[in-house]
Every structure is written in structure tokens, then in C-alpha cells.
Design a protein around this ligand. Structure first.
Ligand SMILES: NC(=O)c1ccc[n+]([C@@H]2O[C@H](COP(=O)([O-])OP(=O)(O)OC[C@H]3O[C@@H](n4cnc5c(N)ncnc54)[C@H](O)[C@@H]3O)[C@@H](O)[C@H]2O)c1
Length: 390
């Protein structure tokens, strides 16, 4: 056996014994922190995917994961998604996420969230948290009692409050960009838009669309929620099962993930799919390619729904609602760039957005090699220099 073969074999054997490191290395995660505080029952994982262009920001999720492998896989997947989202939103942030293993209806306490806040604080700003599934404002206030590295806190505590208005606005702008690509004009007047879900994001989106003169259809598993939005936007309330096959121009998923799947994909008669929900494609590669083959324009979820991230990121510089809306309006240009790239390269839009995000990380990461002692975002070398002098 040659030396090289022996080395490779040894490496493979070692890899088999290091499943967690393998998982980290396969998608280039920087750091994973396991947090345990038996006193409060805290079991949490913080994952930092990439900090090339700034500190990792991403929400905290509480979920009754069945085992630690499930929790680790989820936090690794979500944190990587945040890297791409921040990069394409033009933010100077990296990607991170945290999960607390537990039932959000039964296992919450002040001590648990304050203990978690201490672990975040210990990271010294490498990870900044925010609210995600299973977490409410009270929980965030407890985390905030122990660390300043928190966003998405109530306005009264200096935060930005509910991000949904900015998310809804960003989805509206992204939808207009899709219309420009497909119809040659970004006006949505007279366009038939089918909105799935009548929650926070859908509600703000519906207002913008109705002001523009779009014809709306809306569904929610709670009919009264759909009726409430319909009352002020003249939308037609439809049955949740009917929403996929409506004779409409645009489908806007604003409820759940995974709604573009093997069962639904052949039902669509729309030109555009553009909505606020996360993880809309059940299988990104397969269903992204199927939409491309069917000539349906798909606005990648993490790009079009980035208004929420843009909103909380604003807290890091001193929150201003107008500035957050201005930044979210740039989702229009980003979506257009992605659609143009996809057309030129015949790639699904999801793939195109990943490529463009990686390109920005590479470009901005590269300028860090240029010495600067004062640049806000590339002063690392300068900092080292000053520390050595001090
Ligand atoms: N709120 C934000 O700022 C934000 C930011 C980024 C992404 N998102 C994503 O957008 C989506 C909506 O978020 P939200 O804050 O509006 O949540 P929400 O809970 O206020 O609204 C979701 C609505 O969908 C309805 N629903 C659930 N299943 C349905 C179904 N099968 N058919 C029709 N309606 C159904 C619910 O009853 C609810 O009214 C989520 O996927 C969320 O992750 C939200």
C-alpha cells in the first residue's frame, strides 16, 4: 500500500469516527456550541455557519426534537440558510441559528431563557439571536436580561417590534419584480393573486396588493382570519384545498413550508410563485427544476421574505422603520438579478440565488485582505495591530 493510499484510508477511518465534525465540515460550519444547564432544564445548540462578512445573526427556535441528532441537523441547516439570506440582502452579517430542545407549551421558564442568554453572551457577539418558531416576546425579554446580543425585542426596550410589516412589504416588492420579468411591467393592477394563509405577513401583503388594484383570493385553515383580511381588501375567500389550482396569475404561499411538492406542483396554473413562507419547495433541487421546466417563475423564499431579517438587523445600527422599508425595497433588484441570472444560465432560481450569495461572500471576504485600521467592516487586521501596541 502506497503512503498516499494509507493516508487516505486512515483519514476515512477517522472520518467514520467523527460524524459531528463530518457534518460541520460538509457544509463548512464554523462553530457549534452545546449549552446545558440541568438546573433550568436547558438543552440548546447554537450553530454559527459563516462570519466572513459579519457576526452571525439568526433566530432562536424551541421545538420538541426527538433526539439530539435531529436538533443538530435542523440547526445546521437553518444557520446555513441565514448566511445566504444575509449575504443576498446586502447585510454585513453572517449566518447563525439556535435551537432549544423542549416543548414550548410546557418547558419554558425564566431561568431557562436567562441561562440561554448567558451562553449567547459568552460568545461575545459572534452570534446575535432573534425570535423564531416557538418563541415569544416574553422569552426574548428574559434572554435580553442577560445579553445585549439580541434583536427583535419590543419597541419599548429599544427594539424594532414585529417584523411582519417589513416582511410583507419586501414580498410585495419581490412580487413586482417577478411581474416585470414575466409581463414587462411591474404593475400588479388587475393581476389575480392567490394568497395562502391570512396571518401577519399575508395581511400586510394583501393591503399593498389591494392598494395597487390586484384581484385577491385568500385561504386560511381558520376561515375567520381569511374573512377578516377579505373584509378590507375585497379578496375572495377560498377553501384551503382549492388555492393551488385556482385560475390565477400569481400564487403567494404565506403559511407553511413544503407546499410545492409532488402532489401540488401539477395543479398550478400560475405564471409566478412569490410568497413569504419559509422552505416553500419540498425538495429544493427537484421542485426548483420542475418549476423551471414548467415555465413558472419562482422567487426564492429566503430572498423575498428577507424583510424580517432586514428589520431586526436595523436594530444593530439604531432602528428606523423608514430605513428598514427602504432596504427591503431593494429586494426588487435582488429578485430581478436572480431571475436574469437564471434565464441566462438556465438554472433554477434557487440555485441562482445561492450562487449570487456565495459570490458576494467571496467578494466582501476578499477585501479583508486589504489593510485598514478604521473600516467598520474590515478592520480585523487593524484591531490586531492596535491590540499588540496596547
Ligand atoms: N413574520 C415574519 O416577519 C416572517 C419573516 C420571514 C418569514 N416568515 C414566514 O412566513 C410565513 C407566515 O408567517 P406569519 O408571521 O404571517 O405567520 P402567522 O402564523 O401569522 O400566519 C400563518 C397563517 O397561515 C395559516 N395556515 C396554516 N396552515 C394553513 C394552510 N394549510 N392553508 C391556509 N392557511 C394556513 C395559519 O392559520 C395562519 O393564519 C411563515 O412560514 C414564516 O416562517 C415570516
Amino acid at each position: 500500500m502506497s503512503d498516499t493510499t494509507a493516508l487516505l484510508k486512515k483519514k476515512r477511518t477517522m472520518d467514520k469516527n467523527f460524524p459531528v465534525f463530518n457534518q460541520l465540515e460538509s457544509k463548512e460550519h464554523e462553530q457549534v456550541v452545546l449549552c446545558s444547564d440541568p438546573g433550568s432544564g436547558l438543552r440548546a445548540i447554537i450553530a454559527i455557519h459563516d462570519t466572513t462578512i459579519g457576526p452571525a445573526l439568526g433566530g432562536l427556535r424551541m421545538w420538541p426534537y426527538q433526539n439530539e441528532s435531529e436538533a443538530l441537523t435542523d440547526v445546521l441547516r437553518l444557520s446555513r440558510g441565514m448566511t445566504y439570506k444575509a449575504a443576498l440582502s446586502g447585510l454585513n452579517l453572517g449566518g447563525g441559528k439556535a435551537v432549544i430542545i423542549g416543548d414550548p407549551h410546557k418547558d419554558k421558564s425564566e431561568a431557562l431563557f436567562r441561562a440561554f442568554g448567558r451562553y449567547i453572551d459568552g460568545l461575545g457577539g459572534r452570534y446575535i439571536t432573534a425570535k423564531d418558531v416557538g418563541i415569544n416576546v416574553q422569552d426574548m425579554e428574559w434572554v435580553h436580561a442577560e445579553t445585549k446580543y439580541v434583536t427583535g425585542i419590543p419597541k419599548i426596550l429599544g427594539g424594532s417590534g414585529d417584523p411582519s410589516p417589513v416582511t410583507g412589504y419586501g414580498v410585495f416588492m419581490g412580487m413586482k419584480a417577478c411581474a416585470r420579468k414575466v409581463y414587462g411591467s411591474d404593475s400588479l393592477e388587475g393581476k389575480r393573486v392567490a394568497i395562502q394563509g391570512a396571518g401577519q405577513v399575508a395581511s400586510f401583503l394583501a393591503d399593498y396588493l389591494s392598494q395597487e388594484g390586484a384581484k385577491l383570493f385568500i385561504s386560511d385553515i381558520y376561515e375567520e382570519k381569511a374573512k377578516k383580511v377579505a373584509g378590507r381588501t375585497k379578496a375572495e375567500v377560498v377553501d384551503p384545498d382549492e388555492i393551488y389550482s385556482l385560475d390565477a396569475d400569481i400564487f403567494s404561499p404565506c403559511a407553511l413550508g413544503g407546499v410545492i411538492n409532488d402532489e401540488t406542483i401539477d395543479q398550478f396554473r400560475v405564471d409566478i410563485i412569490a410568497g413569504g413562507a419559509n422552505n416553500v419547495l419540498d425538495d429544493e433541487e427537484k421542485h426548483g427544476q420542475m418549476l423551471l421546466d414548467r415555465g413558472i417563475i419562482y422567487a426564492p423564499d429566503y430572498v423575498i421574505n428577507a424583510g424580517g431579517l432586514i428589520n431586526v438587523a436595523g436594530e444593530l445600527e439604531g432602528y428606523d422603520s423608514e430605513r428598514a422599508h427602504n432596504k427591503a425595497s431593494k429586494i426588487y433588484d435582488t429578485i430581478l438579478d436572480i431571475l436574469n441570472y437564471s434565464e441566462e444560465n438556465q438554472t433554477p432560481t434557487f440555485t441562482s440565488s445561492n450562487i449570487l450569495a456565495e459570490e458576494r461572500i467571496k467578494q466582501i471576504g476578499r477585501i479583508d485582505s486589504i489593510y485598514s485600521s478604521s473600516s467598520r467592516f474590515s478592520k480585523r487586521k487593524g484591531e490586531v495591530f492596535l491590540r499588540n501596541r496596547g
